[in-house]
Design a protein around this ligand. Structure first.
Ligand code: SER
Length: 634
């Protein structure tokens, strides 16, 4: 079964059960800065899981683009990747455990759909703790499902792992969410395919204790049904939600691998052509079959005279394929490489891919050829990729060029060093964008002595200090950004809100505020955008701001909980203020149209007519991927 058939069968099955298909949201979550990327299909649905009405009704299904980079170091083994598609179905206060589990069982085992032998399935359920009781209901439903095909489904008793079908496990295994710091969550039941005892007999570190959830490779989780009945609040407590929801997610690549009998996801039709292309473009001969199963295995491979062994080469090809695929989706959804947050993750993916490609001695222009293959695989399902082709290639090539320069300059700097510590490493990383992994490689090459754990700790500390500083600087509050509370700075502060919204209208939704500094004379405003603004763009932005000034929009401040602010679509930096009430400044009203909504501490003028005429005095680069505008009111 190929990816197109699987998507279609899944969606049609749930449509036949009364669901409406909703499109995939962007990989950049809207109005949820507590996470950098959309990591699950439920992400765009958070407001509806919390009780808001969804325009499409209470039963939804989708194929969602997801990015998870937490396991980036494991990419290239049999199951890890940084981008995947999640097939999902949701009940927003409609059906609950009964239908959810029965439909999963039907879809997986019925010959009309996936036709998986029920003997190969094992499931886990929540064992209960002080926050929520043991999920007896799910156990009973699973037992009925298995009984319908003549299987007696035994509940695990702490022993007899081979005979048991249903495994009650703690929160670590069987609780999902929230996706951010707070939000909807609940007990889940996870569905595994058992590849059989022979898969792990000699190698499983847990020996006869191996059971679903063990990472030895015998059990592959393909579907997770979450019963979202709770909201985790800022104090860490679990409050019952006003409605009982179901949130399920099935990994497309993994399921494809299972259905086709592949031992790894890179054989699936959404990845194989990319890996094959990397190999084709490589100037080092590569074996056609993919063999590595784990990093361990690769590390154990004996090395010839400085030559990469097949397993390493295959792994490198998988890394290039995975990272470039993820980068393509990120850029298409508006992320640009930078040294902060999302942009940094993208930069890291591209640079890691380029490094692996260099090890494989790929031909020049390999990026463009890979983009073509990726667009060939996904263009029909995600047409925006085709529309954004030029932008994608442009960003990848710009980053490749920057990386080349960086390597030269960083290397020169590294050569000057007598010794190393976390701060020095961070400075090289920060100034030249020289990746940490490569700093280590270089200093190792030069025989410098260092304590790797200490160095990494110090580096991480410098990194986090730097990020915190940048966040404070960009916090919508302008706390440190306002020189004083004079009339002039207040007017410029209001102008800054209009400016942000105007920039987003003219340049796109990738524009976020990255910092600001306001004195009585001028406004300085940093924002994410990959290139110099054209004169025409600057004129348009000025015109929009001046139009809002002319409209004499009333400015009002509302206090509300953070969730409400997010729901309202207010712009702002959310992290540091979790759990608090926030102030949202709204410019405009129903009559004149609401133009801007931002979480902000103020102060602001009462009406935009007080601003006078807005003019952009200068537009320049601030740092990689960030532009700076200096503007005045005349
Ligand atoms: N949110 C759950 C998961 O990501 C089910 O979709 O596994």
């Amino acid at each position: 079964m190929n990816s197109r058939e699987l998507r279609e069968r899944y969606i049609n099955f749930f449509i036949s059960k009364g669901h409406k298909r909703i499109p995939s949201a962007s990989v950049v979550p809207e109005n949820d800065p507590t996470v950098l990327f959309t990591t699950a299909g439920m992400h765009p649905l958070v407001p509806y899981l919390l009780g808001e009405k969804h325009p499409e009704g209470a039963r939804l299904t989708s194929v969602q683009k997801c990015v998870r980079t937490g396991d980036i170091e494991d990419v290239g083994d049999s199951t890890h990747n940084t981008f995947f598609e999640m097939l999902g179905n949701w009940s927003l206060g409609d059906y609950f455990k009964d239908e959810s589990i029965r439909w999963s069982f039907e879809f997986l085992t019925d010959e009309k759909y996936l036709g998986i032998d029920p003997k190969r399935l094992k499931v886990t359920v929540f064992e209960g703790d002080e926050d929520a009781p043991k999920d007896e209901e799910s156990i009973k439903i699973w037992q009925e499902c298995f009984a319908s095909v003549g299987i007696e489904a035994k509940v695990w008793d702490g022993k007899n792992n081979e005979e048991a079908k249903i495994f009650p496990l703690p929160k670590d295994d069987n609780w999902w969410g929230p996706a951010g710091i707070t939000g909807p969550c609940g007990p889940d039941t996870e569905i595994f395919i058992d590849l059989g005892k022979s898969t792990n007999y000699d190698t499983c570190p847990n020996g006869s204790d191996c059971k679903p959830g063990c990472h030895c490779g015998r059990y592959v989780e393909i579907w997770n049904n979450v019963f979202m009945q709770y909201n985790k609040n800022a104090e860490g407590g679990f409050e019952p939600l006003s409605q009982q929801n179901v949130d399920t997610g099935m990994g497309l690549e993994r399921t494809l691998a299972m259905l086709n009998g592949f031992d790894n996801i890179y054989e699936s039709d959404v990845l194989k052509p990319i890996v094959d292309k990397v190999k084709e473009l490589s100037n080092t001969p590569l074996t056609p079959t993919l063999s590595p199963k784990s990093e361990g295995e690769i590390q154990n491979t004996a090395k010839g005279d400085g030559e990469l062994q097949d397993a390493e080469k295959n792994k490198a090809a998988r890394i290039v394929a995975d990272h470039i695929r993820t980068s393509v989706f990120m850029i298409s959804d508006g992320v640009v490489p930078s040294n902060l947050d999302r942009g940094y993750i993208l930069r890291r993916l591209i640079r890691r891919a380029i490094r692996s490609a260099r090890n494989l001695q790929t031909q020049e222009k390999f990026l463009i050829e890979l983009v073509d293959v990726i667009l060939g695989i996904y263009g029909e399902e995600y047409p925006a990729l085709i529309e954004n082709k030029t932008k994608i290639i442009d960003e990848l090539e710009k980053e490749e060029e920057k990386f080349g320069k960086t390597l030269e300059m960083g290397l020169r700097e590294l050569e000057k060093l007598e010794d190393i510590n976390g701060e020095k490493a961070f400075n090289i990383f920060q100034t030249y964008g020289f990746p940490y992994e490569m700093i280590i490689e270089e200093i190792e090459k030069r025989g410098m002595e260092f304590d790797s754990i200490k160095l990494k700790d110090e580096f991480d500390e410098s990194f986090h200090n730097h990020q915190d500083l940048s966040r404070t600087a960009s916090a919508g509050k302008f706390k440190g950004g306002l020189a004083d509370n004079s009339e002039e700075t207040t007017r410029l502060h209001t102008a800054a809100h209009l400016l942000l919204q105007a920039l987003r209208l003219v340049l796109g939704d990738h524009v976020f505020q990255k910092g600001s500094n306001i004195t009585a004379e001028r406004l300085r405003f940093d924002f994410s955008h990959p290139e110099k603004m054209t004169d025409e763009e600057k004129k348009k932005v000025e015109a929009i701001v001046n139009e809002q000034i002319k409209k004499a929009l009333p400015v009002r401040c509302e206090e509300m909980g953070l969730e409400d602010a997010k729901r309202l679509g207010a712009m702002g930096v959310f992290e540091s203020k979790y759990g608090e009430k926030v102030k949202v400044y709204v410019m405009g009203d129903d009559e004149k149209g609401v133009f801007s909504k931002e979480i902000c501490g103020g102060p602001h003028v009462e009406n935009t007519s007080e601003l006078g005429r807005f003019r952009i005095a200068k537009e320049e680069s601030s740092s990689a991927g960030v532009r700076r505008i200096k503007a005045v009111l005349e």
